[in-house]
Design a protein around this ligand. Sequence first.
Ligand code: DSN
Length: 410
Amino acid sequence: MNNIRNTDPTIALLLRAEDHRQRDTFCLIASENHVSPAIREAMSSRLTNRYSEGYPGARFYEGQAVVDQIEALAISRAKSLFGADHANVQPYSGSPANLAVYAAFLKPGDKILSMDLAAGGHLTHGAQASVTGKWFQAIHYSADSVTGQVDAVELERLALEHRPKMIFAGFSAWPRQLDWSLFRKVADLVGARLVIDMAHFAGLVAGGVVESPVPFADVVTTTTHKTLRGPRGGMILCRQEWAKSIDRAVFPGTQGGPHNQVTAAKAICFLEASTPEFALYAHSVLDNAKALAKPLSQRGLPLVTGGTDNHLMLVDLCKTGFHGKEIAQALDRAGLVCNANKIPHDTRPAATPSGIRLGTAAVTTRGLTSVHMERLAGWIVSVIERPDDQKLLRRVAGEVRDLARQFPAP
Ligand code: DSN
């Protein structure tokens, strides 16, 4: 960081502080990960100097010979990694990717059917606080907190009653995989476009750990930085028949020039995610999630749906006398970083909900295995039992730091 130190010592100090924070703590935020040095290098490359509105071979600015090759490579790697007809790698992140899909298929006021934010859906799936909930009419379904699945009869009933133009499947905070064939069937029943947001579990799809939504959906949206372990960014995959509409909806519909430095990093991410090592990583993420869920439940912490089939779990704190924000802050002080999260039928506000969400993508990247999950569970349980005990939090933070330093992030 010599250049930053010379130009802006304040930012250099803060970046160093963040490096140290990441080094000495464990990230259990289900949507975060640690990228490879290659991906970090690409993101700080001189591609950031370029504007490239348009697509490979059809740009509005000259000097695109290199950028075109990079974007074409990212597209072809994305298609082959996920077996998709078409890929648009320009979305800045998951939310712009989803917004572009609305722009491709809907007019303001049209109806969508999607998972409720409070039940694990995402803001951009028509939540009231998002423009997707203000500009479109969203009808919501939930998944059952015992079976972990969406009720097929209820989904069909809602679809037939409201005749949505688009059905969103996928989630931000749900510990089970959903039945994509059910969503396909219901979408066909009412002639709706099926959009599956795989942002959270894209890495598990790439690694062959969970069923791919690509064969079922008209369109699949994703971020590239969660389990997929790429740069901060988004992507849209779709059937050939929607390729033009999706491309136009991204640019010029909802975005300007793509972030070329991120496109290069996405290309590297897709290459990394196509290796046998990545498949092993994805399997370990799931193994670690199950290995973390088991001792948490055994020690009396209820998990929504009783466990997990993906990289995340939701801990129900209702019986602890503390809300999720209090526990997440105590865990943070103990070096275990996670987020407070709503649980199904939560009566508490989003800022102080009744649960926390834990994910294993980042700790698995650092090389932790199921043996370490036992230790993490022990720390988590003790903090949840005594979140106000500052001495305990300091002791756990020290133990976490000692273990974390043995498993440096890339
Ligand atoms: N913020 C992401 C998450 O934590 O799941 C979703 O956008």
